[in-house]
Design a protein around this ligand. Structure first.
Ligand code: HAM
Length: 418
């Protein structure tokens, strides 16, 4: 039996690197004063239909849908924002003090065509910040995202756009409807349906989005309201002041319906990514909380694809600094001392040391050989004679000493410098 297509078993070096990234993103989140939230891995399908949008690729083509035993339509979450907002509204988390700053980390599922950097099960670290709406808050969130890539030393480029206020999007949508109506015969059936429902989603359709007439479609910037222009200008000039390099791309519409005003992506420029080079995607949303039955509050967030980050990193360096080595090896020389040996292994593990043993009675040379394989610094040797006298032999590279059983921890603490 094999694992499902588009999934990975993560073990060994991959596991060490993945854990390292998790630690870094969570530490930076805590420094930014975000709190962790966990939401279910499956949700009612409406959670995503309502928010990510029925005409998006994610909802219309990529959801892992199933009916539970009562016939309710469920979905393995394809992203983290909708579940987080559902939880915020359901638990009235907004009623405490704002800003509300939450982060999440876990698996997401999309039925996409697997390729380098694109899996059907992948891991996201994401944040959502519910607060006052301002270009400076947008900048704060972008700086947070940027600091993650900086601390991981990943070469990247920031791309920003504004999807405008509701007036902008209404006028843009009207113009796109008119434009795409001329190309009906060249669009897929799905996209033809989108002309009336949500023409913006044609722009990021995985197939139609690459066609030249779609690439050359009118740009949203041509329809910016005065307010949108001012907001976007403030954001971009502040980012410049902060020394953040970025490009403006008015074609960056992102594949999810909930965005309004600022949207952004950080793309890898290391040359290590394939065609799936977007490391971080995010943006502001205005109506999401009210759509879930909450008050009119605006929010902004982003998510990082952890596997795409793994692909960017130099494994050797991380593994060297995160490698766990066996510190103490216990060599048991007689069946009579087996129980004492295992008792000592357990005692040392409880004291916080990484300890191994053969799990049986062995000859001294065999014990040393296994200990060497583990790279252990200290050997504890226990045989019949030792337990009779209540001692063990502790041997390291420098010396060999008889130590009373109840003094082992003190001796090891002194040796390994606690
Ligand atoms: P997204 O752009 O759909 O945004 O995904 C964010 C990141 O998840 C991508 O930039 C990529 O690194 C990773 N990712 C997405 N799909 C895959 C895949 N099939 N395989 C591997 N990695 C993938 C969101 O999900 C939004 N919820 C982000 C957000 C939070 N916006 C506001 N708040």
């Amino acid at each position: 039996m094999n694992r499902p297509k588009g999934t990975k078993d993560i073990y060994g070096q991959d596991q060490i690197v993945k854990k390292h990234i998790e630690e870094i993103v969570k530490t930076i989140a805590l420094l930014n004063n975000f709190e962790e939230i966990e939401t279910p891995i499956f949700e009612s399908s409406n959670v995503f239909k309502k928010s990510v949008g029925e005409t998006s690729d994610i909802v219309s083509k990529e959801m892992y849908l199933f009916n539970d035993k009562k016939g309710r339509e469920m979905v393995l979450r394809p992203e983290g924002t909708a579940g987080a907002i559902r939880a915020i509204v359901e638990n009235k988390l907004f009623s405490k003090q704002l800003p509300l700053k939450l982060f999440y980390y876990g698996p997401m599922f999309r039925y996409e065509r697997p390729q380098k950097g694109r899996q059907r099960q992948f891991t996201q670290f994401g944040i959502e910040m519910i607060s006052n709406k301002s270009p400076y808050i947008d900048a704060e969130v972008i700086l947070f995202a940027s600091s993650i890539l900086e601390s991981l030393n990943i070469k990247n480029k920031l791309i920003i756009n504004s999807l405008g206020d509701s007036v902008t999007r209404k006028n843009y949508s009207k113009a796109l409807k008119k434009y795409f109506s001329k190309y009906k015969s060249e669009l897929s059936d799905d996209s033809v349906k989108r002309i009336e429902k949500n023409p913006l989603r044609i722009l990021d359709d995985k197939i139609d989005g690459k066609k030249s007439f779609v690439i050359n479609a009118p740009k949203i910037s041509e329809f910016y309201s005065k307010e949108t222009n001012e907001y976007f200008l403030k954001l971009s000039s502040f980012l410049k002041k902060m020394g953040i390099n970025f490009e403006i791309d008015h074609k960056l519409v992102r594949g999810l319906d909930y965005y309004a005003d600022t949207s952004f992506e950080f793309v890898s420029t290391s040359g290590k990514a394939g065609s799936q080079s977007t490391l971080i995607g995010g943006g502001r949303y205005d109506n999401l909380i009210s759509q879930f039955g909450g008050p009119e509050l605006s929010g902004i967030g982003f998510a990082i694809g952890i596997e795409r980050i793994m692909n960017e990193l130099d494994y050797n360096e991380i593994i060297d600094s995160n490698k766990k080595v066996v510190e103490i090896f216990v060599i048991n020389l007689s069946d009579a001392s087996l129980e004492t040996s295992l008792g000592i292994v357990h005692m040392l593990r409880r004291a916080g040391y990484i300890v191994e043993w053969n799990g049986k009675t062995v000859k001294l040379q065999k014990g040393f050989a296994t200990s060497d394989k583990f790279g252990s610094k200290i050997n504890i040797i226990i045989g019949e004679k030792e337990i009779k006298n209540g001692n063990v032999v502790i041997k390291d590279k420098v010396e060999q000493k008889l130590v009373k059983i109840n003094e082992i921890i003190d001796y090891i603490d002194a040796k390994l410098g606690e």
